[in-house]
Design a protein around this ligand. Structure first.
Ligand SMILES: [Zn+2]
Length: 674
């Protein structure tokens, strides 16, 4: 047997993981050796007879766990982007053990004593700002993980963390299995009326792939409102599709969500906070539950009023079809009708102008070149984690090598829904590492030989995720713990949302939005009409989002010991209490398939998108202002914000760019809430 490829650092360019050699049977042995190795490294730190120093404790901790990190990043991506039953089994086994491993470090009394001592004397240590920041962040993480608690409470904490990790793995697998089980199977093409010929062909292909030859299968995307609802003309099919989506994992994940919320509330109390939300936001830029409450409460009434106005417009159009009341499964369909009638915007007619390759190279990469001077060269010689994965080398304006960007744009049954960025190698001067980052998207694959044509939303997602990628690529710090996207959760969506502005930046748009057959630019005025139509849809989008954010908030502001009998009843009551019980607008995610908060890292953090959008909208105005060139603004944004990671306070980086505290005005204007 050849040696496990995780056991040594990769010898490939930029330490890209050797995907061609990695097989599932390598994971568990690598995890085990990685955990053992790191515990030995920690033991060496605590056994050092010398008093703690930055070098023998803090930096030694930064250098520890390299093997574990190598296997963890590859495995997590494998599990999310191309899973198999075998990988799912490994995930279920390893998740609780990794939680226990983290606790073994955070609750190591001898290690914490050394960090505590350094922290207590930090003012006398003459530390440079980055090292001081690292010390503060590490110390905070240990305290927040329970390092100061007594043995009995720590034992309970370990048990809670292990159970939560196992529950999160189970939750994720339930969503995935039930999403597949509830895919909508239709017998005839007539039932798909309204979809394009390509979409109907894809549904037939999907039927063959999923064991329903001759039938048409619509797979469920991870959010509530399935995209086909905008075009399906058969109302009963729309109703069935949405019902399948909304009922996902209701039986299995309802009880699991209740249990997880209760465990998180108990853990928060152990750690000295009233609720899980209070514990989470204490370490975010928001700071307090009240600050988040205030923003959400300010947004809800005008958003709901907007949505009701939109509903009236929809009802006028729907009346012609004999539809008396707009139901949830009608909303997207009649919105599309209004868009076409009032704004002369036809979503399907836009697609030919958004061909993936062109959007990527002449849009996303072009914008990054315009603002930051970087260039991209595809490296087909480097193997990605899936045959669809593409590898690009990124060069700085002066020609020096910066890192690797991996793009995996297509949907497949083995990939979870949504779109996301993460890092395979984290930038760090200390470790001599340059960044290797990736984007995963879920763009449907067309028939072989057909062009990949994107929707408006998919174009935006491409720009968004690439904004995260740049945050990782431009990282320029010493310590990996505070590098790249390791910023507060309610800050991390800020750079990615800022990057969305390039999508409609005139110079960028003119460069990429061309008809894939004729090369013609977008018809004049179309973008303006599209933007007007977008602002028409803001009521729906804001309510859908806020409902999910408030649902997350309701689950995680539960005090310890408050019993929840039924997840669906709790959900309905929470939405009603928040003023968001709009029957025709379901939350973007319902509890039982809300993976962000029960299987991902966004518990009590889904508010982060709109919180970050305050900074984003404000920054877009800054980019446009004061007669600075785009390149000049880009340099400032990169140097003062993207490059910094968490090596200084997030809002200090914002102020260093914009020159003042964030203001909510631009967000309210953008969302039509003033
Ligand atoms: Zn994002």
């Amino acid at each position: 047997m050849t040696e496990n490829p995780f056991f040594r650092p990769s010898t490939l360019a930029y330490e890209l993981p050797p995907f061609a050699e990695i097989r599932p049977e390598h994971y568990l042995p690598a995890f085990e050796r990685g955990m053992t190795e790191q515990l030995a490294e920690i033991a060496a730190i605590t056994a050092d007879p010398q008093p703690p120093t930055v070098e023998n404790t803090l930096v030694a901790l930064e250098r520890s766990g390299r093997l574990l990190h190598r296997v963890k990043v590859v495995f997590e991506n494998h599990s999310a982007a191309d899973t198999t039953p075998e990988v799912d089994r490994i995930d279920a086994e390893i998740s609780p053990r990794l939680a226990a491993h983290r606790d073994a470090i955070h609750l190591d009394g001898a290690l914490f004593a050394r960090i505590e001592e350094l922290h207590a004397h930090r003012a006398e240590l003459d530390l440079d700002p980055q090292t001081l920041r690292l010390l503060e962040r590490r110390h905070t993480a240990f305290v927040r993980a329970g390092a100061r608690l007594g043995a009995e409470r720590q034992a309970r904490l370990r048990a809670i963390n292990t159970e939560l990790a196992a529950a999160a793995s189970e939750f994720r697998q339930n969503v995935s299995a039930d999403s597949q089980a509830r895919a909508l199977v239709l017998d005839s093409a007539e039932q798909l009326a309204g979809l394009s010929a390509d979409e109907i062909a894809a549904a037939a292909e999907n039927g063959r792939a999923l064991g329903h030859p001759g039938a048409y299968v619509l797979s469920l995307k991870n959010f509530s409102n399935q995209t086909e609802l905008a075009s399906l003309t058969d109302r009963s099919v729309r109703e069935r599709l949405l019902a399948a989506s909304l009922d996902r994992a209701a039986d299995t994940n309802g009880p699991l969500a209740i249990r997880m919320a209760a465990l998180r509330a108990e853990r928060a109390r152990l750690l000295g906070h009233d609720t899980h939300a209070a514990h989470v936001v204490a370490d975010e830029t928001a700071g307090t539950v009240e600050a988040v409450d205030a923003l959400l409460a300010r947004l809800v009434p005008p958003a709901v009023a907007n949505a009701r106005r939109e509903a009236e417009r929809l009802a006028e159009v729907a009346a012609a079809d004999g539809v008396e009341e707009i139901a949830a499964h009608d909303w997207a369909y009649y919105s599309e009708q209004v868009r076409q009638a009032s704004y002369q915007v036809d979503a399907a007619a836009l697609r030919p102008y958004f061909e993936l390759e062109r959007v990527l190279r002449d849009g996303v990469f072009f914008a990054a070149n315009l603002a930051y001077g970087v260039t991209f060269t595809e490296r087909p010689d480097l193997v990605g984690y899936h045959p669809d994965t593409r590898v690009f080398e990124v060069f700085d304006a002066d020609g020096s090598a910066l890192g690797l960007f991996l793009g995996d744009f297509h949907a497949r049954a083995s990939k979870r829904g949504g779109a996301w960025m993460d890092e395979l190698v984290t930038q760090s001067a200390l470790l001599g590492q340059r960044p290797v980052v990736y984007n995963n998207l879920n763009i449907a694959k067309p028939a072989p030989g057909e062009p990949v044509l994107l929707s408006w939303d998919e174009v935006r997602t491409l720009f968004h995720e690439f904004g995260h990628a740049l945050h990782g690529l431009f990282s320029d710090v010493r310590y990996p713990y505070v590098a790249g996207t390791a910023v507060p959760r309610d800050f991390v969506e800020f750079p990615s949302q800022v990057n969305e502005m390039w999508m409609v930046w005139p110079e960028v748009l003119a460069n990429y939005a061309r008809h894939h057959e004729t090369g013609e630019p977008l018809p004049a005025g179309l973008v303006e009409r599209m933007e007007a139509a977008e602002s028409f849809g803001q009521g729906f989008r804001t309510v859908e989002y806020l409902a999910a954010a408030l649902l997350d908030w309701a689950w995680h502001t539960l005090p310890e010991g408050q019993e929840v009998a039924d997840a669906r009843e709790f959900e309905a009551a929470a939405l009603a209490k928040a003023g968001l019980a709009v029957a025709a607008i379901p939350p973007r995610y319902r509890t039982t398939y809300f993976g962000h908060i029960f299987a991902g890292g966004y518990s009590a953090g889904y508010y982060a998108y709109i919180w970050s959008e305050v900074l984003d909208a404000d920054t877009v105005e800054w980019f446009k202002g004061d007669g600075r060139g785009v390149r000049e603004s880009g340099e400032v944004f990169r140097r003062e914000l993207l490059a910094r990671g968490d090596s200084r306070e997030a809002l200090d980086s914002f102020r260093a760019v914009v020159g003042r505290d964030p203001e909510t005005g631009p967000l309210l204007a953008r969302r039509g809430l003033v």
